[in-house]
Design a protein around this ligand. Structure first.
Ligand SMILES: Nc1nc2c(ncn2[C@@H]2O[C@H](COP(=O)(O)OP(=O)(O)O)[C@@H](O)[C@H]2O)c(=O)[nH]1
Ligand SMILES: [Mg+2]
Length: 340
């Protein structure tokens, strides 16, 4: 494909933004594809698209939720049960399922909904599911997921990111979600490993799924409750542990209420704004590291300087990163010219 043809197939960002704001599904899918495209021209258009969308009131009103846990614990099944609750209360829902085994999706939309076991009614305009292959070879969540979550937040009241927890993934999801939920599999080695690791400090809400299995589920729930309580928490959140069954739909209502309660807690305590600013700078720092290494981060003045810059900036994080990137590229070029 020649570069001209490649550019011609890329959407016009301003036009696309206006269609996304009208919640056109095809536009949402096309926006997500643009954000997932690493070609230089696509990057520039993605920044323009995000600039058009940033500052929309939905970004401040939406709830960004990270759901993590071992494969097979029932994350997708639980998300399906939660979708029914959210939709019943009139809220719209977007899901990004980060699936390490899936191939990039063609055409967007909810084509892989069945394969990822999120069971939903067909033709529901208030629901959008997108499955993403996780390109990050080292484990963890690819950096594209952050801007994608923002695009989804423009369109939907609740945005859920489902990831398979493998250490780094949990750390990454904690730098994305307003609320992070860990789904445990009763009596599994994964959960025991998890309890022993420091990662237990990350989630805000715990779910032990498959409560229908009886005693093993109850035992796992009390083990998690003990570990979660043992941490020296410096905040007022109570870190609830919920016994639920996605297939029997038991415990779902109160599980659902904890998410609303956590969001209210973040808003009332003034934490939400700070949390999102921290997440924005974590993303910028991560991209700087990916593209320029520690040299780039030194040039940017370190993490605290990035956070300060973002909090003072009148433009959005995506434009701010492009500015920093341009500055770094020109510095690198000048270093090269003097050394050669
Ligand atoms: N017994 C029981 N099985 C469940 C429950 N929830 C999910 N499962 C089963 O667990 C398996 C994995 O579920 P899935 O939602 O795909 O897990 P994920 O990999 O964590 O997303 C499937 O076979 C589900 O039918 C539950 O509440 N009870
Ligand atoms: Mg799943």
């Amino acid at each position: 494909m020649t570069p001209q043809v490649a550019h011609a197939s890329l959407p016009d960002p301003e036009l696309l933004a206006s269609r996304i704001l009208r919640r056109e599904r095809a536009a949402v899918a096309s926006g997500l594809n643009l954000l997932d495209n690493r070609l230089a021209e696509a990057r520039m258009r993605a920044v323009r698209l995000l600039a058009c969308l940033s500052g929309e009131r939905w970004l401040n009103e939406g709830h960004l939720i990270g759901v993590t846990g071992p494969p097979g614990a029932g994350k997708s099944s639980l998300v399906s049960a939660m979708i029914r609750e959210w939709r019943a209360s009139g809220r719209t829902v977007g899901v990004l399922a980060v699936d390490p085994s899936s191939r990039p999706e063609l055409g967007g939309g909810a084509l892989l909904g069945d394969r990822i076991r999120i069971k939903t009614p067909l033709n529901d305009d208030g629901l959008f599911i997108r499955s993403l292959a996780n390109r990050n070879q080292l484990g963890g969540v690819a950096s594209e997921v952050w801007p994608m979550s923002w695009l989804m937040l423009v369109c939907f009241d609740v945005v859920v990111i489902e990831t398979v927890g493998v250490g780094q993934t949990e750390i990454d999801i904690a730098e994305i979600g307003d609320t992070v939920c860990y789904v445990a599999q009763p009596a599994s080695g994964d959960t025991i490993q998890y309890l022993k690791s420091g990662i237990i400090e990350i989630p805000d809400i715990f779910a032990v799924n498959k409560a229908d299995l009886g005693a093993p589920a109850r035992k796992t729930a009390s083990e998690i409750a003990r570990s979660a309580r043992r941490q020296d928490r410096r905040d007022d959140w109570d870190y609830p542990v919920c016994l639920v069954s996605a297939t029997m739909t038991t415990g779902i209502r109160s599980f659902h209420d904890h998410f609303d309660r956590h969001r209210r807690y973040l808003v009332d305590s003034g934490l939400l704004g700070r949390l999102r600013l921290r997440h924005q700078s974590a993303w910028v720092v991560r991209l700087i590291r990916e593209e320029f290494g520690t040299f780039g981060l030194d040039l940017a003045g370190g993490r605290a300087a990035v956070e300060r810059r973002l909090s003072e900036s009148r433009c959005n994080q995506f434009e701010e990163y492009e500015r920093m990137r341009t500055h770094m590229l020109s510095r690198l070029l000048s270093v090269n010219q003097t050394t050669l």
